[in-house]
Ligand binder design. Sequence first.
Ligand code: UD1
Length: 431
Amino acid sequence: MPEYKLVISGGRELRGETSVSGGKNTSLAVIPAALLADYPCQIENLPDIDDVRVLVRILRSLGAKVDWHPEAKQMVIDPGTVTSNTVPFALSQKMRASYYLMGALLGRYGSARVGYPGGCDLGSRPIDQHLKGFRALGASIRDENGMIVTEGRLKGANINFDMVTVGGTINVMLAAVRAEGDTLMTNCAKEPHIVDTANFLNRIGAHIRGAGTDTIRIHGVSRLGGASYTVIPDQIETGTLMIAAAATRGDVTLHGCIPTHMEALTAKLLEMGVMVTSQDDVISVKLRQGHRAIRLSTQEYPGFPTDLQQPMSALLTRAVGTSEVIENIFESRFKHLDEMRKMGAKAVINGRVAHIEGVPELHAAPVYAPDLRGGAALVIAGLMAHGTTEIYNPENIARGYEHLENKLNRLGASISRMPCVNEVNGDAIRV
Ligand code: UD1
């Protein structure tokens, strides 16, 4: 693992144009979904991020042939050589989306042994709804030394999720596409990457209807072909760059995005006084004056995404007035605000509610990236702050953003990677 920190020289406006990368969360679902195919699949527009690197290691450890060309954003996956149903615990723990290997391997081979998933620490993140769906389809489930073992010949079933879950919706969909008979899933999540994963599966011959609504119907098929598929742009990277543009009172145009996926964020930015315009696959964000405080409440799509709550609350630390941010999806998603207090931010956190009193200025400080989106929030804080901010543990950011600092630097930021050096004895340290 790299031992580096990000060093940001703050106070520069972001200006210019850049392109959005392929979606992280959609890629992390479509790559395991390719294991369901009977022929090789070519996936285009994949982001070059650490979570994709981990997934490639997982697929290769199963025996799949994977040719990945990050510079071409393209990957060819041949599932025909898979010999194992076991995802090693250490690899499962490296990311949340390792849970998709359960649905994909169970759906394709009738059994899977996968370690409990890792990912960002946002409070309790159970996967009971995934397992409930597998059970309904006829799988048995047991725990074997930290590995979840699922087995069974799957048959279509009716599944009503007890809560709206993105991962659960996709995972059960993966398991059901090759099950015998019809599956009806209700109270499903509607995020864009659920639609994208269903579109990919349909492209290779699955029969899924209703993805993007709360009811998904699947007619199980016994064979799936192969195909070439281009994943959608990253909704959260788009939003992070929009927020960064506003935070620096800049003027940025983003290409290759899907403006309809950004409506909840766009509405809030407009409410704050940020200028946002869009046409076709282009979004422009401009801010001249200060911005106003708002109330914000995270919700499932098409509501305000929890993944953008952290970057957005960083922006709110400099709004005029006091903002209220309610985090409805995860129980612990404000650690970035604790870090930002070191930079002069004023925030009172009470469980899932944060009250953020805008301050005229932030000052630089050494801070610790608590998780992926919290890390992005701190990058935005560093861009706004006076002085030189150091962000430790930036590996969290590289898990899900494609070369974020390069993209921001091309827009006028000053962010560099520096080795982490222990100032006491000069040794490189891990933080
Ligand atoms: C996915 C995204 C993540 C995003 C989140 C919400 C991926 C890889 N990750 O995470 O970036 O922040 O959606 O948009 O796509 N829950 C249960 N039982 C379950 C499943 C979920 O109680 O079986 C709870 C969770 O603890 C959480 C809520 O439901 O409080 C939503 O979780 P879910 O939508 O499943 O999020 P993830 O799939 O973990």
